[in-house]
Design a protein around this ligand. Structure first.
Ligand code: HPA
Length: 263
């Protein structure tokens, strides 16, 4: 049974990181999703390229609900999601990996819940610890094993995009405690939580954010840096699979059944 899925962000489009790949078209109430399923050393893993295989879907138009619902319908319990980010701090350098432990949400126009009222109900989901600590632990062990430069924790600032930020916005995010900036982790992580799926973010630093260093930002600079670091990200995720515990102590799946959760 396939328990773990990878959502590949910018630059991570290719399911050939897996063996014996087959494709499944999963119908959901939000649309159809193509999922690749393959094996890594006998462990089955599902894969969705978030932006489509040709990077044709911009961050604000991704069908986040369809993707997450499709993975839930497949029985997925763990999501490892890569994301290209700009860094707000000199300690987080291009080419390094950061496992987000918090986010700040500056998105504006996205469908961000499965619970739209009426028959679907109203749910206020706890997000105190948004990213699964157990998945993070497994990724940290994998990073140590492989000698990769992985920061354990950082606050991911999610902007609406598709434009990059102004230098003033970045200065504000930094003063407010942000560490890196990207355009996709929200609402993905929130939707996973609403369905009780553990979710980890693997941020890949592709650039210093606007105004942190002189000069302008280009998408090709982001893609070039990603290209150089895809192999490390793959290696990190694949090596973490063997460390994922069958029984997890985290609260990710329990939160929705807590009596304190308003439904
Ligand atoms: N800002 C927003 N998203 C990004 C960046 C950035 O600087 N780099 C890669 N994704």
């Amino acid at each position: 049974m396939v328990r773990t899925a990878i959502i590949g962000g910018t630059g991570v489009y290719d399911p050939r990181l897996l063996d014996d790949v087959r494709e499944v078209l999963q119908e959901t109430p939000y649309g159809q999703v193509k999922i690749s399923i393959g094996k890594y050393q006998d462990i089955e893993v599902a894969f969705i390229p978030r932006h489509g295989i040709k990077h044709s879907i911009p961050p604000h138009l991704i069908n986040y609900r369809a993707n997450i619902m499709a993975l839930k319908m497949l029985g997925i319990q763990n999501i490892l999601a890569t994301a290209a980010v700009g860094s707000l701090h000199f300690e987080f350098k291009p080419g390094q990996y950061v496992l987000a432990d918090q986010f700040m949400d500056f998105t504006k126009s996205r469908a961000n819940t499965f619970y739209q009222g009426g028959e679907a109900g109203v749910v206020h989901c706890d997000m105190t610890v948004p990213y699964c600590p157990e998945l993070r632990k497994a990724l940290i062990k994998a990073g140590e094993e492989k000698g990769l430069s992985v920061h354990n924790g950082g606050t991911y600032v999610c902007t609406e995009g598709p434009r990059f930020e102004t230098a003033a916005e970045i200065m504000m995010f930094k003063q407010w405690g942000g560490h890196m900036v990207g355009m996709t982790s929200v609402p993905e992580v929130c939707l996973a939580r609403e369905l009780g799926i553990c979710y980890a973010n693997i941020s890949i630093v592709t650039n210093f954010a606007a105004g942190v260093t002189p000069g302008i930002l280009t998408h090709s600079e982001v893609l070039d840096l990603m290209q150089q670091n895809i192999e490390g990200a793959r290696c990190l995720m694949m090596s973490s699979l063997k460390y994922l515990p069958a029984y997890k102590e985290c609260d990710c799946a329990r939160i929705l059944s807590e009596p304190g959760v308003m439904k």
